[in-house]
Structures are given as C-alpha cells and as structure tokens.
Ligand binder design. Sequence first.
Ligand SMILES: NC(=O)c1ccc[n+]([C@@H]2O[C@H](COP(=O)([O-])OP(=O)(O)OC[C@H]3O[C@@H](n4cnc5c(N)ncnc54)[C@H](O)[C@@H]3O)[C@@H](O)[C@H]2O)c1
Length: 403
Amino acid sequence: MINVIGLGYIGLPTALMMASHGVEVIGTDSNKELVATLNVGHATFKEGGLDELFQDALKAGIKFTTEYQVTDTYIVSVPTPYDKFSKKVDACYVVAAVIDVLKVAPKGATLVVESTVSPGTIEKSVRPVLVEENREDINLVHAPERIIPGNMVYELLHNNRTIGVDDKAIGAKVKDLYASFCQGEIVVTDIKTAEMTKVVENTFRAVNIAFANELAKICRHDNMDVYEIIKICNMHPRVNILQPGPGVGGHCISVDPWFLVGDYPSLAKVIDESMKTNDGMPDFVLNRIYEIMKEKGMTDITRVGLYGLTYKENVDDMRASPTLQLLESQERHLATGLKVYDPFITKDVVANQYHDLDTFLSAVDFVVIMVKHNEIKENIDKLAGKIVLDCYNICKQEGTYRI
Ligand SMILES: NC(=O)c1ccc[n+]([C@@H]2O[C@H](COP(=O)([O-])OP(=O)(O)OC[C@H]3O[C@@H](n4cnc5c(N)ncnc54)[C@H](O)[C@@H]3O)[C@@H](O)[C@H]2O)c1
C-alpha cells in the first residue's frame, strides 16, 4: 500500500493515477477541509480528465485521511517554497512530513520525496532527520514530478521520469511502482542528480522565457515587431526562441530557479538576471497600460480591465500569477481601480472582480489580455471597438497594442 502525503496539484493526481492502475493507495493531507471535500467525491481543483480519474480511483478503493498510515512506501508531495530573502529552498514542509512519516513507518520502509528541492537538500535537510531519529533503515528516494497543469493526466501517463536513489535495488522497486501507470522512460540515478535535473529543467524554461521577454523590451524601446523578429529567427535551423509574455507565475518556473541563485549566488548569474527579468514583466505591462492610456487621452483607470487571473491558460491555479503581481505592484504605487475577470475564478479573490465576460467588457474601454484562455480566443470579436493591450499576440484587430 502507498501512502501519498500532500494531496495538492501534484499529490492528488498522482494518488488517483496509481489507484486507478491497481495500486492500493491512501492519500493523507493535513488540511481537514481538503480531505473532507475529497471524501465526498469532489476533486479540489479543475483539471481535464481529473474527475473521471477520480471516479476510477474511488471504484478502485482509494481513501483520504488526515492520518499518516503504517505502510512500506510513502510518497511526499508537499510544497517547497523559496525563502524570499536568501532565495534558498525552504524545506520545512518536507522535513515536517518526514518527521511525521517516521512516527509510523515500519523498519525498512521507502520514503519517496516528489517535492521539488535544490541539489543536496535531501542530504542536508532530510537525512539528518533520519539520523537524529535513529531511522537510517528508511530508504530515501527522490522522484521529482514534471507534469504541467492543464495537461496533467496525459503527462502523468506519458512523461519520462527520473528516480534518484542510494541503492539500485530500491531504485528497481520504485521504478516498478511508477511503471504501473507511466508509459514514458524511467531513468534511475543518484539522489543529488535527480534533485538537480528537476531544478535545471525549470531553470532552462525560465532563462529562455526571460530571453524572449528581454527581446520584447528591446523591440519596444526601438519600435520593432518582436513577434515578426522571433518568427523569422525561428526559421533558422538551430534557433527556437519562445514567446514573450506578461510574466511568469505558478509554483515551478517562477520558484525553482531561485534555489540555484540561493545556493550558488556567485555562479548563477544568468539565472539571477533571468528571474529578475521575468519578475519585472508585470511592472512592464503596468507601464504599458499607463503609456497607452496617456496616448489615448484616457484618465479613468476604472475603465481598464485585466482579462485573466490565473498563471497560465485554461487552468484555475492563480498562485503568484502575473495578474496578481501586477495588482500588487499597482497597490505599491498607491493606485487601485483596475477591473479584473477570469472565467476559471468563480470566487471573489481581488477587488473589482467580474464573473461574466459580457458584463466585464461592458464595464471597460481598455482590455489587457493577461492570460490566453480559450474563452477569449473564441470571443476575440467581442473586443471590437475596445483599446486592447494583447500580451500574447492573439488579437489581430487593427490598432491592437502589444507588449
Ligand atoms: N503544481 C505544479 O505544477 C508542480 C509541478 C511539478 C512539481 N511540483 C512540486 O510538487 C510539490 C507540491 O506542489 P503542489 O503544487 O502539489 O502543492 P500544493 O500546495 O498544491 O499541495 C501541497 C499539499 O500538501 C499539504 N501538506 C503540507 N504539509 C503537509 C504535511 N506535513 N502533511 C500532510 N500534508 C501536508 C497541503 O495541505 C497541500 O494540500 C512542490 O514541491 C512543487 O514544487 C509542482
């Protein structure tokens, strides 16, 4: 039996996927409300295919509880934020979960950390807990997760995976467990390599996004069309530039690269600058809004609306999203009044929030496309007659402003 600890965006789909592939699973989360919701058969977030997977897992007998279980295998998928000052990974949730696992784990149990951590974290922060508790019989494993919100179910099934272990025999056992559902290739390596690969993958994305964002700034400064330039450059056989955007949010690309800056401050220079570039994009968009308002002779900020609150399209996850960053930045400048709408966010989470596209559009003259949800792509004609700042180059209307 597997006890999955932490049933958020990663732990829940993982637990459901294993259960629906014949593995006996009990999911544990310290959040009582979340467990109560799962126990009445409701997923706690929206994700394509998740409800169906939930039903399959329920039929297969998955259970949810706040209690840690006595079993031979644990999978820990709790948050790993970064310390805003030092930029280092904050492993306190992982350490707390490990301490609780040790209270119930039988001798020789396997403890898989799925949470993303910086290289050396398991050695520096987790193994000492085992030593202190005299539990060196526990087999530590690191199996970082790569799935992307919006395509989680498909990616859980098809992505390649990495498993970091001390001991090859444990590696083979854990590989078999993931192979129960994973159709991708599963590579077994050592723990520190597995830790580093996950952080490097997200850092690669962050640096490449930052490059596109920097090009957008250069092109804006000297009145060049960044999209046309990227399109032409990408016709070169060895060039593949990403698209610029209004910033980076979520819990991976906007967080994990900081771990390397925190741990290797004198070495991770490109990464540091890239993260600063991406973090500066919401402010850059805010400046564009003011520039365009000035150009159009607009003075009333309450007639400007931000379309989209989530950190990426077609999901309901708005953690650290560019829109939230932009609103925070606006507040720091002692300004308020921007209107906001997102079809995926049904609860009121910010001021001046709307819950219907038409009502939102009728309340504003200037729309800023902050997220390219399918909804706005399918209703792009409704922007006719509005001033539009399009952060994704999806609106072909004459006179559309771009970042
Ligand atoms: N969200 C993503 O897209 C994504 C992708 C790949 C990897 N990751 C990594 O996966 C890990 C988990 O991220 P997430 O997005 O699922 O986080 P999350 O915040 O959605 O979920 C974490 C869950 O852990 C629970 N929890 C915290 N401490 C606990 C404890 N001691 N015992 C039991 N439950 C506890 C919380 O209540 C919460 O429900 C992080 O390290 C993250 O970096 C996330």
